[in-house]
Design a protein around this ligand. Structure first.
Ligand code: C2E
Ligand code: MG
Ligand code: MG
Length: 598
């Protein structure tokens, strides 16, 4: 005699919901079974029902069948209370059903038989049923067949569940399972706190390298071993999920969040230990993100996103774990927002160029400017290029933005020249711009369009390893060949591979403002700046100092032979009309030097 199904209704419902079959689309497999059942028994209808808390939902039905209806009006509500087939030979003679609308109504159902769908844990979640408009019997053999069909249906439901909820490489529950678990826990233990830790192991860069060098098969073996290690480390304490590729998540079991975080940090030696599934033992770098959250309706949405943001933070800081920080999250969201809004801002004139005067140090004249970008964001207000340029220049969006800058600056030069002001303007470009195949043609065409002599255009770029990429040097030479000059921005802060810089056709270096700002007070900066200027002059560069804020700094750099300077001491970046007023005022003070020596 089969055991009765387990009768705890909350657990039965949990088992049903875990199957993830409720409200899913029709499926040819289940429809083929209901058709087969109807033919096999020669009845007027067959269906597969699932019984939710208060309703019956049909996964498949053929012929005469009940509507999706209230659970207490169904035959199946009785079927799920027993382990064997429920047979109602004549419903009119059964007081439980005689007044049921299916029986007394126009459908006139007289016969019902249903075999319960029982999960592996022993919960009856629904039934495979046949109905007829005639009273009839069902012998033991026929009942047995119906039971076997029900177990086929159950296996298929479970299989569908496993396929969709387990990672194919590691065999661990996947992200869909995690979302469902988070939702289920949010219902069962609302308000309690848990920890969700995400971990990339190996980190993305290492993963890429392993696949490239050792192949995908080895990589899968490695990821499997990581999964197994995490499973062992967290057994009894947390559920481990395999989310994507090499990203895992660990969800703590109870409310002791501090204890769990202490445990995570204490795992350092185990996480660092080399993996052994390869011939060569390999220690993997990993980045992890931790979020403490309360089990609420939004938990399934929110906690994984926050854990991912914290992983990102660890990767940026190159550290094992980071705790989710709201401020950091806001920063990332703002960055995302800015990137999203660039195109719209270009199209709607929310960008603007301002011009910072550059002064010649031998005579004080102002015949040149650096064009600097300003973003007046419609909702966020003014946003500094120091914030948005580093974000945008990592993406292809720097292309269209720089095109706007190039056009606007060169058009301005043309307008100034037409008005009799021979001003030279420096334009900042990012590394990506020099990879654009049409950058040189674009610069040339824009000069032609606005009738600007390219010698009045300077291109500023920061020196860096990017310069050694193929094709870059050619682009830089082609820009020089147009007649434009090339300046190395932020000089003295970074890369400075002098051997390589000799190959770059720059004629100007701009000593970085971080070195200039305190040069009047800091003897170390004085030694560095003096040597940089001497070296640059030795190599025949024109030297520009940026960030000159005081008279003393100006005196020092002038005495060391610096050619030009810009900074708040002279002027802040100015609107185009304000710049020209500034330039004219200085020209009038030095009437003999109205022309730029090109
Ligand atoms: P940068 O090219 O080195 O520009 C110099 C920065 O120093 C400007 O900041 C300028 O306003 C600021 N500055 C000038 N004089 C002084 C001073 O005396 N004291 C101090 N503390 N600062 C001074 P800004 O305008 O915020 O631009 C920041 C950076 O953003 C620029 O550094 C440049 O790398 C980038 N940028 C600006 N406009 C563009 C652009 O059109 N395209 C690209 N690709 N990058 C741009
Ligand atoms: Mg610059
Ligand atoms: Mg600079």
């Amino acid at each position: 005699m089969p055991l009765l199904p387990k009768n705890s209704e909350p657990e039965r419902l949990e088992a049903l919901h875990r199957l993830g079959i409720l409200n899913t689309n029709t499926s040819e497999y289940f429809d083929a079974i209901t058709r087969l059942v109807m033919d096999l028994y020669g009845v007027s209808g067959a269906y597969i029902s699932l019984l939710d808390s208060d309703r019956q939902w049909l996964k498949s039905s053929v012929g005469l069948c009940p509507p999706n209806t209230q659970r207490d009006q169904t035959f199946c509500n009785y079927t799920i209370q027993q382990a064997s087939v429920l047979v109602i030979e004549d419903a009119l003679l059964d007081e439980r059903f005689a007044s049921n609308p299916m029986v007394s109504g126009p459908q006139g159902v007289r016969f019902y038989a249903g075999a319960p769908l029982i999960t592996a844990e022993g919960y009856a979640v629904g039934a495979v049923c046949i109905i007829d408009q005639q009273p009839r019997t069902l012998n033991v053999g026929e009942q047995d067949k119906l039971t076997r069909l029900a177990s086929l249906v159950m296996s298929h439901i479970t299989l569908g569940r496993v396929v969709g909820h387990v990672d194919a490489v590691s065999g661990l529950p996947n992200k869909y399972q995690m979302f469902e678990d988070l939702s289920a826990y949010a219902q069962a233990s609302a308000g309690e706190y848990r920890v969700l830790a995400g971990i990339d192991m190996p980190d993305a860069a290492k993963a890429f390298e392993i696949i490239r060098v050792l192949g995908a098969g080895v990589y899968d073996a490695l990821v499997r071993e990581v999964g197994a290690r995490l499973l062992r480390l967290f057994e009894g304490r947390a559920q481990v999920y395999h989310l994507t590729d090499a990203r895992f998540a660990i969800l703590s079991r109870d409310g002791d969040t501090d204890g769990f975080i202490r445990y995570l940090h204490a795992l350092e030696p185990e996480l660092q230990a080399p993996l052994t599934s390869l011939n060569i033992p390999m220690a993997l770098t990993s980045f992890g993100g931790i979020v403490v959250f309360d089990l609420c309706a939004d938990a399934a949405q929110d906690a994984p996103r926050k854990a991912a943001a914290a992983i990102n933070q660890s990767a940026l800081n190159q550290q094992r774990w980071s705790c989710y920080s709201n401020a950091e999250d806001e920063k990332q969201k703002r960055a995302f927002r800015l990137l999203n809004d660039v195109r719209h801002a270009i199209a709607h004139d929310h960008f603007e160029l301002v011009y910072q005067p550059k002064h010649e140090l031998n005579n004080g004249a102002c015949l040149a400017a650096e064009a600097l970008l300003r973003w007046n964001h419609a909702e966020l207000g003014p946003v500094s290029p120091a914030e948005f340029i580093p974000l945008i220049e990592k993406t292809a969006l720097i292309g269209p933005l720089s095109h706007w800058v190039i056009r606007t600056a060169i058009r301005q030069i043309g307008a100034w020249h037409a008005a009799g002001h021979a001003i030279k303007v420096a334009i900042n470009l990012s590394a990506y711009n020099f990879e654009e195949p049409d950058i040189v043609a674009r610069l040339a065409a824009t000069c032609r369009e606005f009738e600007v002599d390219p010698r009045y255009v300077e291109i500023e770029c920061t020196e860096g390893i990017w310069m050694e990429a193929p094709g870059i040097l050619d682009a830089l030479h082609a820009i020089r060949d147009l007649g434009m000059s090339l300046a190395l921005d932020d000089f003295g802060t970074g890369y400075s591979n002098f051997a390589y810089l000799q190959k770059v056709p720059a004629s100007v270096v701009k000593v970085d403002q971080s070195l200039i700002r305190n040069v009047h007070a800091n003897p170390r900066d004085q030694r560095i700046v003096r040597s940089l200027i001497a070296l640059a002059r030795e190599l025949d560069y024109q030297v520009v100092a940026e960030g000159v804020e005081t008279e003393q700094s100006l005196g020092l750099i002038r005495s060391w032979g610096c050619d030009l300077a810009q900074g708040y001491h002279f002027a802040r970046p100015l609107s185009a009309p304000a710049f020209i007023a500034h330039a004219v005022a200085h020209r009038d003070r030095h009437p003999g030097i109205a022309e730029l020596a090109l």
